[in-house]
Design a protein around this ligand. Structure first.
Ligand code: COA
Length: 158
């Protein structure tokens, strides 16, 4: 089997700006993550939380990110994004596996996330790793278009 053309590592201080730029690019798609443009890239970079944060890098380019926000109540909220041109090549799977390992090592008992019902790629990825659907929040998020979108809540007991 060919070697993967990317690698996963913890995010570091100097990654803040490219991570925020990746986040802004995915936000501009408006149909994967909750944030929509405009993204204040500088502010997002400055506030980026490095604990529980991992990235996928291909050469010098950051092509994916996963973040676990560890709650004091033992669960972690997960968010992730892969650069559009890198999707479907295993980056999301590698990031998610790393996040699950990190959460277990941190002693968390559960990972949680919310996902748009139309995000079939993300839902398939989460299911592949054992996440189950726990419920649906109806008309949870107001989009800039004015539409009200449901979210599917998913969880993985660690
Ligand atoms: C969701 C996302 C992170 C997946 O990353 P990825 O690198 O494409 O994922 P992978 O290549 O590792 O694929 C993982 C699994 O997802 C599923 N999948 C990937 N692309 C898919 C697609 N287009 N349709 C259906 N399932 C898909 C498959 O089950 C795949 O597993 P398999 O390759 O063993 O069949 C990526 O699409 C993304 O960043 N989307 C925009 C941001 C986003 O939606 N973030 C999540 C918010 S909840």
């Amino acid at each position: 089997m060919a070697e993967p053309s990317f690698s996963i590592r913890p995010s570091q201080d100097e990654d803040r700006l490219p991570l925020a730029m990746l986040f802004a690019a995915v936000a501009a798609e408006r149909d994967g993550i909750a944030t929509e443009p405009p993204v204040d890239v500088e502010a997002r970079a400055a506030s980026w939380r490095l604990d529980g944060d991992f990235l996928a890098v291909a050469g010098d380019t950051i092509v994916g990110n996963v973040h676990v926000d560890a709650s004091p109540h033992g669960f972690g909220e997960l968010g992730m994004a892969v650069a559009r041109e890198w999707r479907g090549r295993g980056v999301g799977s590698a990031l998610l596996a790393t996040a699950i390992d990190w959460a277990r090592a941190r002693g968390l008992h559960k990972l949680s996330l919310g996902v748009w019902p139309h995000n079939t790629a993300a839902i398939a990825l989460y299911r592949k790793f054992g996440f189950v659907e726990e419920g649906r929040k109806v008309k949870q998020c107001r989009r800039k278009s004015g539409e009200l979108w449901d979210t599917i809540e998913m969880g993985l007991l660690l």
